[in-house]
Design a protein around this ligand. Structure first.
Ligand code: NAD
Length: 482
């Protein structure tokens, strides 16, 4: 049994002062594995005050000093990688291969931010006659919000950009991830940054999160989570005109073009759909196939998905772990039922638990064919291992179906003809389009269009999201005398 009862404020672990104590449940066994006292409003305010005190000095640090901090963070996170992996398996139910990736990524993202920072020019000439220059300055104290499906990765990648920019932070991990958040925080502490640059308060969104969202001392919110919460964040931010980056819900489409090689495309598309047990914002959960190849594709998908190993997340052979909790299990069941009610054809899977898995929040990897774009399973983010197959008659129709969504986070295109794939990519409404691959390029910007978000993370655009341009223009008289 683990007890998590601390917030991290001004370089020290301090008792969390919230009233609420929650059970921590291993989703693979439903066993209670710990108790967590959540952070309260008081913790949030003290964390913001600490960040505000640290901000002025941090903003004056040099690029070289911040590069050294990122290096220390990267090394500290690497030393704690095994603990992050284990917490991701135990508390979240992430399959070990995924958990290992997450643990390495938590360290690597500091290295990625350092690479971006190393070549970034904070000052540049602009305007006419050499009279003006723009200085990119840290925006100020930042509130960083992480969802439960990506605790370590989101905490670390947001922090990496904020540190690169010179912004002190208050991190607000999900109340569903206290162990993962604590393990990451221990690693952040070991990096030995000056007190106040990193503060962590793991509390509920409605109080701790909302306080960070409205506090006048916070200049920017970088939020990753669902679209409805993102809207609350954006509304709250407007009163003090906080800068806002929102990485939100997805309903990504995978397009298999007429000429694609199904031997290559289908396994990649299945990887895109079922990654992170389907609990991924970028999961490619709508698979669009040319109508003349749909029968072949359905059969290939049926065989491949039937063979996906569901079960103990500690087992290296496991591809699909449990859903994070009962609510998420129920949500997936609801959508499988809706798919059947609305007339989609069940290809594999269905309601209930997989055979032999009576305990744990395991669901059956499920595939529907004959899906129309007006069905709930095609429109809403299910956030579980449920894939919809949609037939199309022309490339124009495929693009129209893919774009007929409130969301636009990521899309996948599979084709043997790169020019053709690039042409389709240009027409897709998505923040990122991956061609013949599922792995992202972590140094390029990431974010959504439409209701999938506002702004970009990673790379130069991700760094600039934590910076504010200041223009300095001198008078012609001064210029002449120089
Ligand atoms: P969520 O919106 O419920 O919560 C996200 C974070 O916001 C949590 O830390 C939560 O405590 C906090 N929060 C909740 N209410 C708040 C409020 N009123 N004010 C301030 N903070 C509040 O999301 P979730 O269920 O934790 O995560 C799943 C969602 O996140 C999915 O929709 C998924 O697509 C999305 N997501 C998006 C990305 C991306 O990069 N676009 C990545 C991962 C997850």
């Amino acid at each position: 049994m683990q007890t998590i009862d601390q917030s991290y404020i001004e370089g020290a672990f301090v008792p969390a002062t919230g009233d609420e104590v929650v059970n921590i449940v291993n989703p693979a066994t439903e066993a209670v594995i710990g108790r967590a006292r959540l952070a309260g409003l008081d913790d949030a305010r003290r964390a913001i005050d600490a960040a505000m005190r640290a901000q002025a000095a941090f903003a004056r640090t040099t690029k070289v000093e911040r590069l050294a901090m990122l290096e220390r963070l990267q090394a500290a996170l690497l030393l704690h990688a095994d603990a992050i992996r284990d917490a991701t398996i135990e508390e979240y139910g992430g399959p070990v291969s995924r958990a290992r990736w997450v643990a390495n990524y938590a360290s690597q993202c500091f290295g990625d931010a350092a690479r971006t920072l190393a070549s970034y020019e904070f000052e540049r000439p602009v305007g006419m006659d050499g009279a003006s220059a723009v200085a990119m300055e840290p925006v100020g104290v930042c509130g960083l919000f992480a969802p439960w499906n990506s605790t370590a990765g989101t905490m670390c990648s947001k922090l990496a950009s904020a540190v690169a920019a010179g912004c002190a932070t208050v991190l607000k991990p999900s109340e569903l991830s206290p162990i993962q958040a604590h393990v990451v925080t221990r690693a952040l502490h070991d990096a030995g940054l000056p007190p106040g640059i990193v503060n962590v308060v793991t509390g509920r969104g409605a109080d701790v999160g909302a306080e960070i969202g409205r506090h006048a001392g916070v200049a920017k919110l970088s939020f990753t989570g669902s679209t409805p919460t993102g809207k609350l964040i954006a509304r709250a931010a407007v009163d003090t005109m906080k800068r806002v980056s929102l990485a939100l819900t997805g309903k990504s489409a995978s397009l298999v073009l007429e000429d694609a090689d199904l031997d290559t495309a289908i396994p990649l598309a299945i990887g895109a759909a079922f990654m992170n047990s389907g609990q991924a914002c970028v999961a490619g959960t709508r698979l669009l196939i040319p109508r003349n190849r749909i029968a072949d594709a359905i059969e290939r998908v049926r065989v491949a998905v039937s063979a996906l190993r569901v079960g103990d997340p500690r087992d290296p052979a496991t591809v699909i772990g449990p859903m994070v909790n009962r609510a998420q299990f129920d949500r997936v069941q609801h959508f499988i039922r809706r798919g059947i009610e609305q007339g989609a054809t069940l290809v594999v899977g269905g309601e209930g638990r997989p055979e032999g898995l009576e305990r744990g929040w395991f669901v059956r990897p499920t595939v529907f064919a004959g899906v129309r774009n007006d069905m709930d399973i095609a429109r809403e983010e299910i956030f579980g291992p449920v894939l919809s197959l949609v037939a199309f008659d022309s490339e124009d129709e495929a693009v129209a179906i893919a774009n007929d969504s409130a969301y636009g986070l990521q899309a996948y295109v599979f084709s043997n003809d790169e020019d053709r794939a690039l042409g389709v990519a240009a027409r897709l409404q998505a923040g990122t389009v991956l061609i013949n691959r599922v792995a992202p390029d972590l140094l390029s910007p990431f974010g959504g269009v439409k209701q999938s978000g506002v702004g970009r993370e990673f790379g130069v655009l991700g760094l600039e999201a934590f910076l504010e341009p200041k223009t300095i223009t001198r008078s012609p008289r001064t210029l002449k005398s120089m």
